[in-house]
Design a protein around this ligand. Structure first.
Ligand code: 0L1
Ligand code: MG
Length: 254
């Protein structure tokens, strides 16, 4: 493990990049980080946000598609944390100047109805979920030109920058639902099957990661299961994600 002081220094660097909307270089240029170190930086980064009064509202998964894993040369998903400061109302406005180079992803969100007991080997995470919704995630890597290593992106809270949730529905099988991400100048189509074969698999993968990385999963929190298509640049105007059977969620870039 890197020293605690280095963890704090790297977290402060990423925090400053986000707050001043100024990109930074890969941490790997100057530091050798293990995955454990990267999650320690992420936790320190979250503590800085909490110190400013932000509240954890959930978790997000990344690298849940085969294509993204192959692109990164990895076989393990990543987990990041969501806070209330990142939440955008469905139909709400997003000021693009707050971000370095924002992109948007169409996702599926789950809602936890009870705390997930990470110590019980028999925990059934699916039974801790009471609702599912279409969602949009805004990612904004703090690294220049989105150039980062696996450890970099974990430390950078998996590029988490914003999210919007559409109408909640009772839990149902959302495997292989058609997904459409629609911006002012571009449209991408895909399927929820791109999320680890089916979004429910993201819940199982999350349970495993939360146990190993000591990430609490609490009642009322949101789980962003991962992207159903490639990310699209977030542009001025309306961006909508539509998931068959779940309806749509949208934001307006200004
Ligand atoms: O799917 C994700 O949320 C991955 C975000 C991290 C990778 C990126 O910034 O492109
Ligand atoms: Mg995502």
């Amino acid at each position: 493990m890197i020293p605690e002081e280095t963890v704090r220094t790297l977290a402060a660097r990423l925090d400053a990049a986000q707050r001043t909307v100024t990109d930074t270089l890969s941490l790997a240029d100057t530091h050798t980080l293990a995955v454990e170190d990267a999650y320690a930086v992420q936790t320190a980064l979250l503590a800085l946000r909490e110190g400013r009064g932000e509240r954890v509202t959930g978790v997000k998964l990344g690298f849940t598609s085969k294509a993204k894993m192959e692109q990164m040369g990895v076989s393990e998903i990543i987990v990041g944390r969501l806070t209330d400061a990142m939440c955008v109302a469905d139909g709400g406005e997003i000021e693009l100047a707050r971000f370095i180079h924002p992109k948007v992803e169409p996702e599926v969100a789950f809602r936890l109805s009870r705390d997930v007991d990470l110590d019980d080997p028999d925990t059934d995470i699916v039974s801790c979920v009471d609702a599912v919704a279409p969602a949009l995630e805004i990612i904004d890597s703090r690294y220049r030109d989105f150039r980062f290593t696996y450890e970099d992106v974990v430390a950078d809270n998996t590029s988490a920058a914003g999210y919007a949730i559409g109408p909640w529905h009772p839990v149902q099988d959302v495997s292989d639902r058609a997904v459409r991400l629609h911006g002012e100048s571009r449209e991408v189509r895909g399927s929820t099957a791109a999320i680890l074969g089916a979004p429910v698999n993201a819940l199982h993968a999350l349970l495993d990661m939360a146990r190993r990385r000591h990430i609490p999963l609490r009642a009322g929190e949101v789980v962003l299961a991962g992207a159903a298509t490639e990310a699209m640049r977030l542009e001025p105007g309306r961006t909508t994600c539509e998931v068959a059977g779940l309806g749509r969620v949208g934001v307006r870039g200004i």
